[in-house]
Write a protein that binds this ligand. Structure first.
Ligand code: ADP
Length: 224
């Protein structure tokens, strides 16, 4: 049996990853490509219980009140449960998986709680924990959606208005978002993610279609 392919969209909150994930899924459907798509965390599953408690602030109002390693484990077990229950066999039989976030989100959100000099050790631990110890597959391609802090905040407000939802403890803390952006850029270099610059020369968000076209071009090597 040959393992499948795993494509992951990553970025800080409000970077547009869910939007591009959906556009890719639509494109694959239109081309009749067989695949499974997943969004993490899996909030509708029992496996997300600790994540929900953490994001509601039950362990503290600020993300930093739960250390990077503890919080990473909450998100890792949720992914592990879905791997065992819904997509591990499909992947192992050669299936294509597209996800909105993955282990990579621990690298972004949790490394942000650590000083720069401590992040390398954390990245190495995270890789070993999820891919070697828990045995989940490492992605074939991580598309990292790079934006500025200003654009991320603007898009988060827009989404709150569009969907009538309230920000969780990650999303409403601007200082935390800024450190996530810094950690995301460190993780991108450390793990060799494929960076997609979502901004134009004036620092404005590029159009959905323009970004989507670049996503497709970045995936050419995955589909050969
Ligand atoms: P994320 O999943 O990274 O948190 P979303 O995909 O939910 O981000 O996008 C956040 C908000 O920004 C949404 O309201 C979405 O419609 C909007 N958005 C995303 N990409 C673009 C874009 N290229 N141009 C304009 N608005 C966008």
């Amino acid at each position: 049996m040959k393992n499948g392919k795993l494509i992951v969209f990553e970025g800080i909150d409000g970077s547009g990853k869910s939007t591009q994930y959906s556009l890719l899924c639509q494109s694959l459907h239109a081309k009749s490509v067989e695949f499974k798509n997943l969004v993490f965390p899996q909030y509708s599953e029992e496996s997300s219980a600790l994540i929900k408690m953490y994001l509601r602030g039950e362990f503290g109002d600020k993300p930093g009140e739960v250390n990077a390693y503890a919080a990473s484990s909450f998100f890792a077990v949720d992914r592990y449960a879905s791997f065992k229950k819904t997509w591990g066999d499909y992947y192992s039989a050669g299936g294509l998986i597209v996800t909105d976030r993955y282990t990579t989100s621990n690298a972004v959100h949790q490394a942000s709680k650590l000083r720069k000099g401590e992040r390398g050790e954390f990245f190495s631990w995270l890789y070993d924990f999820e891919y070697n110890k828990l045995g989940m597959p490492a992605p074939d391609k991580v598309i990292y959606m790079d934006v500025s802090l200003e654009i991320s905040c603007e898009q988060l407000r827009k989404r709150e208005l569009d969907t009538g939802t309230n920000a969780d403890i990650h999303e409403k803390d601007r200082e935390y978002l800024a450190s996530c952006l810094d950690a995301a850029r460190d993780a991108c270099k450390y793990y060799g993610w494929d960076r997609l610059n979502c901004l134009d020369g004036d620092g404005k968000m590029r159009s959905l279609e323009d970004i989507h076209a670049e996503v497709l071009s970045k995936l050419e090597d995955v589909f050969v």
